[in-house]
Design a protein around this ligand. Structure first.
Ligand code: GLN
Length: 483
C-alpha cells in the first residue's frame, strides 16, 4: 500500500479497493515502525487522522469524489494546525498549540486530506540540511549518514521513505526544491502569492512560499490544486484564477524553448551532476524541446543579497517571540530586560540567533544603505535577468544543487559553506518565480535533481515538462533500500 502515489490512491479509493481508514492505519503503523531511523516527524496526529479518514470514507459513500478525498498527507511544522503543536522546529514554540488552521491546512482539510502528523524542519526554516531543528536532525533515507536537505527535510525524508505519498513544505530560498533533489522527489515552489501564507509562521515574508513535495509531477499537480488560490487574509496573495494543473500535464513539448544558463556550469558544480543535467537536456530534446544557451549575469550576487534580505526580514518577524507576547519564557527572570534576554537566548538555537544578529545589523541606521538597500537593488537586477531570459525561452533548466547531500555534521562548523549550496535555488525566491526540482539520476548512490524555472504563474508549464520527462525516465520510481 505504501508505494502508491496520490494519483493511485485516488483511483484505489474511487474503485473501493481499500478505504481511507485502512490506508491511514497502514501508514501510521509504518511511520511508527520506520520513523525512529529518520526522525522525520515532530508530532503524529493519529486521532485526527483516523477521524478525518472515517469522514472521507463517509463522504465517498455519499457519492462525493475528489483527488484528495481520503488522501493521507503531513504538514511541515510551520503551518498552524488548530489545537495541535506547531513548533517551527524550535524550543521557542515547543508548547505552542495554534489557535487556528493555516489557510493551506484548512483548504486541504476541506478537500478531504487526512493529516498524519507534523514534519520536522530546520528551526524557523533556516537551513539547508535539517540539522538546526530543536528536535534533532533528520536522516536521508538514501543513506542514513547523510542529510536530507532542508529546511523541509522532514517532509522530504518521510515521502522518500514511503511513509506517506506527499506532504506540504515551504521554500524561502530552496527549502522545497533542495530537499526534493537530495531525496529523489519532485517539489514545486509556486509563484510568490500563489499559495496563501496566512497561518504559515513567517521566516522572510517577501520570499516565503508554500508548495507540494511528492514523488511525481502528477502528484504535485494534485496537491498544489488543493493549496493554491487567492486568500483575502494574506495581503500578498494574488487574485489570479487557479488553472486545472492535472489537465496541463499532457501538453506536447514540441518546440518548447529551454534556456540553459552558462553561469550554472561554473567551477562550483560537481561535474557528475553537470553530466546528469546534460542527460536530462538530451531527454527533453528528444521530446521536441529546443535548447538555447542563455545568460543570467547577476547570478553571482544572489547569495550575498539573499543572506542580507532573509535575515533582515527574519530579525523583524522573530521579534514577536519575546517570552511575553509569544514563545518560551525563561525561569525566574530578574527584571524585564533579563526576561527578554534569557527567553530569547534559551529559546532560539545558534543559527536563528546568528541570523537575527546579521539581520538587525543590516537594518540598523548606519548600515541600512550599505547592506539592505544594496541587497534590494541586486534583487531587482536578478529579476531583470530573468525577465530578459524569458523573452527568449519558455523554461530555464539547470542543476538544483551544486553537490549531492553531504554527511551529517559536515558543514556544522562553517555556516557560509552551507549558504553557498543554495546558489541555484535562491534566485527564484528573489524574483518571486515558480521553480520545480525533479529526479535526474544518482551520484555515489545519492539522488540528484534538475531544476526548472518558468515565468510567473506558469506552474502548469513546469508540471507539464516534468510529467513528460517522468513518462520517459524512471529515476523518480527508484526507492531507497530498506524502505
Ligand atoms: N537554505 C536557505 C536558508 O537557510 C533556504 C531555507 C528555506 O528555503 N526555508 O535560508
Amino acid at each position: 500500500m505504501h508505494h502508491m502515489t496520490l494519483a493511485e490512491i485516488a483511483r484505489g479509493l474511487a474503485d473501493k479497493k481499500f478505504s481511507s481508514e485502512e490506508l491511514t492505519k497502514a501508514l501510521l503503523a509504518r511511520i511508527t515502525q520506520l520513523d525512529p531511523q529518520l526522525n522525520s516527524f515532530i508530532s503524529l496526529t493519529e486521532e485526527l487522522a483516523l477521524s478525518q479518514a472515517k469522514a472521507a470514507d463517509a463522504r465517498r459513500a455519499n457519492g462525493e469524489s475528489g483527488a484528495l478525498l481520503g488522501a493521507p498527507i503531513a504538514h511541515k511544522d510551520l503551518f498552524c494546525t488548530q489545537g495541535i503543536r506547531t513548533s517551527c522546529g524550535s524550543k521557542m514554540l515547543d508548547n505552542f498549540k495554534a489557535p487556528y488552521d493555516a489557510t493551506v491546512v484548512a483548504k486541504l482539510a476541506a478537500a478531504g486530506t487526512v493529516t498524519l502528523g507534523k514534519t520536522n524542519m530546520d528551526e524557523f526554516a533556516m537551513g539547508s540540511a535539517n540539522e538546526s531543528s530543536h528536535y534533532g536532525p533528520v536522516k536521508n533515507p538514501w543513506n542514513l549518514e547523510h542529510v536530507p536537505g532542508g529546511s523541509s527535510g522532514g517532509s522530504a525524508a518521510a515521502v522518500a521513505a514511503r511513509l506517506l505519498p506527499a506532504a506540504t513544505a515551504t521554500d524561502t530560498g530552496g527549502s522545497i526544491r533542495q530537499p526534493a533533489a537530495f531525496t529523489n522527489l519532485t517539489g514545486l515552489k509556486p509563484t510568490y502569492g500563489r499559495v496563501s501564507r496566512w497561518g504559515m509562521i513567517a521566516y522572510a515574508s517577501s520570499l516565503d512560499q508554500g508548495g507540494p513535495l511528492a514523488r511525481t509531477a502528477e502528484d504535485c499537480a494534485i496537491l498544489l490544486q488543493g493549496m493554491a488560490g487567492f486568500d483575502p487574509n494574506d495581503s500578498t496573495s494574488i487574485d489570479e484564477p487557479v488553472p486545472d494543473y492535472s489537465a496541463s500535464l499532457n501538453g506536447s513539448l514540441q518546440g518548447l524553448r529551454i534556456g540553459v544558463p552558462k553561469e550554472y556550469f561554473s567551477a562550483g558544480l560537481d561535474p557528475r551532476i553537470a553530466e546528469l543535467v546534460h542527460n536530462s537536456v538530451k531527454a527533453l530534446e528528444k521530446l521536441g524541446a529546443v535548447i538555447k544557451e542563455i545568460s543570467l549575469p547577476n547570478m553571482q550576487h544572489a547569495i550575498p543579497a539573499y543572506y542580507v534580505i532573509a535575515p533582515a526580514e527574519a530579525s523583524s518577524n522573530l521579534s514577536r517571540f519575546d517570552g511575553v507576547r509569544f514563545g518560551y519564557r525563561c525561569e525566574n527572570p530578574e527584571n524585564l530586560v533579563d526576561l527578554y534576554k534569557r527567553s530569547r537566548g534559551e529559546g532560539f538555537g545558534a543559527e536563528v540567533q546568528r541570523r537575527i544578529m546579521v539581520g538587525a545589523y543590516a537594518l540598523s541606521a548606519g548600515y541600512y544603505d550599505a547592506y539592505y538597500l544594496k541587497a534590494q537593488k541586486i534583487r531587482r537586477l536578478v529579476k531583470n535577468d530573468f525577465m530578459a531570459a524569458f523573452n527568449e525561452v519558455d523554461i530555464i533548466l539547470g542543476p538544483t544543487t551544486p553537490n549531492p547531500a553531504w554527511k551529517l555534521g559536515a558543514k556544522n562548523s562553517d555556516p557560509v559553506a552551507e549558504y553557498l549550496e543554495d546558489v541555484y535555488t535562491i534566485t527564484a525566491n528573489l524574483a518571486g518565480l515558480p521553480g520545480l526540482s525533479m529526479p535526474a539520476g544518482f551520484v555515489d548512490g545519492l539522488p540528484v535533481g534538475v531544476q526548472l524555472l518558468a515565468p510567473y504563474f506558469q506552474e502548469g508549464r513546469l508540471l507539464n515538462v516534468a510529467h513528460q520527462y517522468q513518462l520517459n525516465t524512471d529515476w523518480h520510481t527508484r526507492t531507497p533500500t530498506g524502505f
